[in-house]
Ligand binder design. Structure first.
Ligand SMILES: Cc1cc2nc3c(=O)[nH]c(=O)nc-3n(C[C@H](O)[C@H](O)[C@H](O)COP(=O)(O)OP(=O)(O)OC[C@H]3O[C@@H](n4cnc5c(N)ncnc54)[C@H](O)[C@@H]3O)c2cc1C
Length: 246
């Protein structure tokens, strides 16, 4: 799976600070320079003031200002299972590649067997992989058999799907035989608050490996986009199930 930033609010942390400073001053924030708006905040320079102020907001649970900026990410090759998990989060906007208008009629089922088009879970191929709900250790022979069953099953699904298309079935109905691991491209727009909330739930140990990977990739990009916010999140909040929406 790959994740890229498509578009994001410029100076997001300045915007968060301006939003929050609005709450504490008599003047109209629109007519104040950023330096003036941050005048009462502790810090040697404007960068330090920003970092201190953002940390204080997060510490206090004053999360509203973190909803002002937004970032739009393009995700390539998530499974439909992962997509179902991600789209449960309601404070995000989504575009999801259609299986009505995009049909997989040109894909070679032999390539699907080799890992194209359907996400292969690590437990299908890695004998050392320990899944959360796994029942006991698996022998190498069992994992080899798993891989064989998994690969032939996804190949068969795609062969059946393509046969149904050839028999004139519309893609939106033929897709019913495709596996839940079928890859999908997604565009998602999030604000820092919703991303931190999603990370609270989905970067956690009890979340599935694929959405954890996705969330970590989102967090890596966010760390460049909103460095002070996500630095504080990583060091003080992550893995503590803060539940940003108490
Ligand atoms: C490890 C794990 C296992 C899961 N297993 C299952 C499962 O087996 N079956 C299943 O169906 N789901 C499952 N989920 C999904 C989970 O129950 C949530 O639906 C999903 O994670 C969305 O998160 P959220 O509820 O925080 O909502 P979000 O949409 O992310 O909303 C953020 C917050 O806004 C508030 N909020 C939003 N909408 C409402 C509302 N209508 N009313 C009140 N408050 C609201 C809540 O405080 C919420 O936490 C699982 C999630 C995880 C992380």
């Amino acid at each position: 799976m790959r994740v890229r930033l498509l578009e994001a609010t410029e100076n997001p942390e300045e915007l968060i600070c301006r939003g929050a400073r609005n709450d504490y001053m008599e003047e109209w924030v629109a007519e104040q320079s950023f330096e003036d708006a941050m005048a009462g905040v502790e810090g040697e320079d404007i960068e330090e003031k920003k970092a201190n102020f953002l940390a204080k907001l997060l510490q206090r649970g004053h999360y509203g200002p973190f909803e002002h900026p937004s970032a739009t990410f393009a995700i390539e090759g998530a499974s439909r299972s992962c997509m179902a998990q991600l789209t449960r989060h309601r404070h995000a906007s989504f575009d999801v590649q259609s299986m009505r208008y995009v049909s997989f009629d040109e894909v070679d089922p032999a390539d699907v067997e080799d890992g194209e088009m359907v996400v292969t879970p690590p437990s299908a191929t890695d004998p050392d992989w320990v899944g959360r709900n796994q029942k006991g250790d698996a022998s190498e022979a069992e994992v080899e058999k798993r891989e064989e069953v998994f690969r032939s099953s996804v190949r068969q699904s795609v062969e059946d799907y393509q046969e149904l298309l050839e028999l004139g079935m519309p893609p939106e109905d033929a897709r019913f035989v495709l596996p839940i691991g079928t890859e999908v491209n997604i565009v998602v727009t999030l604000n820092p608050r919703s991303l931190m909330h999603i990370a609270d739930m989905r970067a956690a140990a009890d979340a599935q490996w694929e959405i954890r990977d996705l969330t970590e990739q989102l967090l890596d990009i966010a760390a460049e986009w909103c460095p002070h916010t996500f630095d504080y999140y990583e060091s003080e909040m992550k893995h503590r199930k803060n539940r940003l929406a108490p």
